[in-house]
Structures are given as structure tokens and as C-alpha cells.
Design a protein around this ligand. Structure first.
Ligand code: C5P
Length: 404
């Protein structure tokens, strides 16, 4: 392991999970490195892990009692498992076996480690380690894609010679590399201390107490941006319409329903950077019936009125934040995006294809591509997972924001 000591780990609270696999012995080296870097480390092992390395070794290295079982009165009395889940600033599971990944993906809480992963709001990192066939198995790959989609960070696996004698992907990333990744996880991000407000998801415009007008926005892009911004150190407020997505770690979430509620929540603090990712309904019913509208006439009509344009309102504020709008287009992507940039007086537009040209990206998809447009420049971000896309988008936003 490198002799240069990490610098960002000082005082950080890291929960290290160890699941069953031959690479478990390498976790000892990771604990040692984390402690040398100044981190506080608490170790939780699965029943299978203690077949490979003894809790005593990890207790000595971490300086804290090692926990295995969920039902241990002595340990629970010192620090209950929910308290332990809250204590952690980062959860690292290394090695993460195929079985552990499957249980994590299924949302199981059938041992202490999976219970903690379910109960924590801290970011979860997994470092997979298994035989290459097990890694390449379709079900393992599906589990990993699903976990990534839920914000779990996956480090590795590496390729090379395996304990079973085979060669291929499945080796745990080396402890020195894991240590470096943990260290950079806590490095000051480029958005350190910057207040970022993001809108996400659809809005719902009530027709009567049981009906509403809405759209198919999943909120995935906005949530991915919120998560990436938090990881870059920003203080993130996520104003979310009705979506079924978990709140990313370290993000303040404000749930709203209608466009008017969304506007009010945004104006409470539009931030220093405002990113409007929500698919706000352009119109709402002129009147909301206070009782359920009964079925009677063959035809009825609904009068709609324009909703406030949240993005344009924020961009027109005195001392407006750096504003980024989205433009979903079915034709003339760049011209229409540029038009929106000027009409709404934005700092940047992130334009993307919807409809036939979207080729599987856009609404509800896990992937997308974006064309970024600003006054004197543009940049294309090719199609990739929305988490990766969010990070790349923010890298450009950071550059433009700093030059403003
Ligand atoms: O004008 P258009 O709806 O195409 O612009 C889309 C952009 O404007 C998106 O960033 C969306 O979040 C934002 N918007 C808004 N309030 C509205 C309508 C759109 O903030 N009422």
C-alpha cells in the first residue's frame, strides 16, 4: 500500500461491511488504511464472512467491537442497529458477494448488514468479489444495474486471476485502490457549500378531489442531478412532484403536487444555481370542483388556464441564480433550445430528443443524451445512464457558473 497518507478521511465515520468471500481477508488491509487516514471504522460482518476472517482481527484493527448478528442484546445496548445506520457517513461493503448483492437488491433485511443498508441514508458503496461466471450471470448483472439505478455506488470488480484459478472479471478492487476511492469520496467537491435548487418529476393539477391532469415524467433525471450535486458538495434542495423515488443521500427534499406549489417552494430559496428539470404541466383547470364531478352529460369541457413558468420566473428575479432549463424537443433540437435560452433568459439549456427521435431515452428511461447550449457555446453529452449524464452535466454547469 502507498505510504502517502490519505487526507480527507480524518474524523469520517465509515461502516465497513464484509460479506463472505475469499477477498474478505483483504478487508483487514482496508480497515488499517482507513484508520491510518484518520477515519473511525466500525465493522459489520455477515455469518459467511466469519468463515474467512476472524472478527477478532478486524476488532483489533478497527479499534471497535465487530458486529455480526442482528439480535445481540449486549451490542444493541451499546449502539442499536438504527443508531449505527445513522452513525455512518459512508457504508462500504467490501467484499460484496453475489449473494449479498442479490439480498441488497431485493431489499432484504435478514441479517445485520442488509438491515443497516436499508436503514441508512448514507451513500452505499459495494466492491463486488466473486467467481467470474457468477459476476457475469444475467441475474447478478441485473442486480447490479438495479442497485446502480437506486444510487448504490459500485467500485469494480477488477479483472485478473481469481482464487478459483480462473481468469476474468470478479476480483475485488485492491484495498489501496478502495482506500483512494474512499478518500476522494470525502474530498471537497467543486460545488462545496453552493446552494443548488432542482425541480423534478411531473406536477399534478387537480380537476376535482379525485382526478388530476399530469404527465409521464419519472423524475429520474432530476433526482440523478440532485444526487450528483450533493456528491459534489452542494447543499441541494430538491423540489419534487409526485414520484416514487427514494431521496438521494444528503439532499433536502420538498414534496409538492401542483405547479403553483412548486413555484412557491422554489421561490423560498431558488439557490445560487437553479436547475429546472420538472415536467411542469403548462395548464391547470380554471376551477377545481370541490366534489367529485359526476358522470352525466355525453360531453363536458374543461377550461384550462396557463400555469406560471417557474423557470422563467426564477430567471427574471433580481440577482437571479445561474439558471438551467430543460428542453424536450421533437424537432430542431438546437434551434429550439437556443430559442428557449433567449426567451426565458437562461444561462444554459439542456436539450434532448423526445418522441420518435429519442431512441429509447427520455421520459421514464434510465438513459438519455443531452445537448447543452449556452450563449456562446454548446456541448453534446452522448447517451449514457442518467447518473453518469447528471455528473457530466454538472461538470459543465460548474465551469460556466465559475466563469459567470
Ligand atoms: O417551455 P417549456 O415547457 O418547453 O420549457 C421547459 C423548461 O421549463 C423545463 O426546464 C421545465 O422544468 C421548465 N418549466 C417550468 N415551469 C413551467 C413550464 C416549464 O419551470 N410552467
Amino acid at each position: 500500500m502507498s505510504e502517502s497518507l490519505p487526507t480527507n478521511l480524518q474524523g469520517r465515520r465509515i461502516l465497513l461491511g464484509i460479506s463472505g468471500g475469499i477477498a474478505a481477508y483483504k478487508a483487514a488491509e482496508l480497515v488499517r488504511g482507513l484508520r491510518k487516514g484518520g477515519a473511525e471504522v466500525r465493522v459489520v460482518m455477515t455469518e459467511a464472512a466469519i468463515e474467512f476472517v476472524t472478527p477478532m482481527t478486524l476488532q483489533a484493527l478497527s479499534g471497535n467491537p465487530v458486529r455480526v448478528g442482528l439480535f445481540d442484546p449486549a451490542h444493541e445496548a451499546v449502539m442499536g442497529h438504527i443508531e449505527l445506520a445513522r452513525w455512518a457517513e459512508l457504508v462500504v461493503v467490501a467484499p460484496a458477494s453475489a449473494d449479498f448483492l442479490a439480498r441488497l437488491h431485493a431489499g432484504m433485511a435478514n441479517d445485520l448488514l442488509t438491515t443497516l443498508c436499508l436503514a441508512t441514508t448514507a451513500p452505499i458503496v459495494v466492491a463486488p468479489a466473486m467467481n467470474r461466471q457468477m459476476w457475469q450471470a444475467a441475474v447478478t448483472q441485473q442486480n447490479v444495474v438495479g442497485l446502480r439505478g437506486r444510487g448504490v455506488i459500485v467500485w469494480g470488480p477488477a479483472e485478473g486471476e481469481q482464487a478459483c484459478g480462473e481468469v476474468g472479471p470478479g476480483r475485488m478492487v485492491e484495498p489501496a485502490e478502495l482506500l483512494a476511492q474512499c478518500d476522494s469520496h470525502f474530498a471537497d467537491g467543486p460545488l462545496k457549500g453552493v446552494r443548488v435548487t432542482i425541480t423534478a418529476g411531473p406536477t399534478r393539477e387537480a380537476v376535482d378531489p379525485v382526478r388530476f391532469i399530469s404527465n409521464h415524467s419519472s423524475g429520474k433525471m432530476g433526482f440523478a442531478i440532485a444526487e450528483a450535486a450533493a456528491q459534489m458538495g452542494a447543499e441541494v434542495r430538491l423540489v419534487a412532484g409526485p414520484v416514487a423515488l427514494p431521496t438521494p443521500a444528503g439532499v433536502e427534499r420538498i414534496d409538492v403536487e401542483s405547479a403553483e406549489q412548486m413555484l412557491e417552494a422554489v421561490l423560498a430559496d431558488p439557490g445560487e444555481i437553479f436547475i429546472a428539470c420538472a415536467a411542469v404541466a403548462d395548464y391547470r383547470p380554471a376551477e377545481v370542483a370541490d366534489k367529485k364531478v359526476k358522470k352525466s352529460a355525453e360531453e363536458i369541457s374543461l377550461q384550462l388556464v396557463r400555469n406560471p413558468d417557474i423557470l422563467a420566473t426564477v430567471a427574471a428575479l433580481e440577482g437571479a441564480p445561474f439558471t438551467v432549463g430543460f428542453a424536450a424537443e421533437t424537432e430542431n433540437l438546437i434551434e429550439n433550445g437556443r430559442g428557449k435560452l433567449q426567451n426565458k433568459r437562461l444561462d444554459m439549456v439542456a436539450a434532448n430528443w423526445v418522441g420518435a427521435r429519442a431512441a429509447g431515452g427520455g421520459f421514464n428511461s434510465d438513459e438519455n443524451a443531452l445537448q447543452l447550449i449556452w450563449h456562446d457555446g454548446e456541448e453534446a453529452l452522448p447517451r449514457c445512464h442518467k447518473h453518469e449524464l447528471a455528473r457530466r452535466l454538472l461538470e459543465v454547469v460548474v465551469r460556466r457558473f465559475q466563469q459567470r
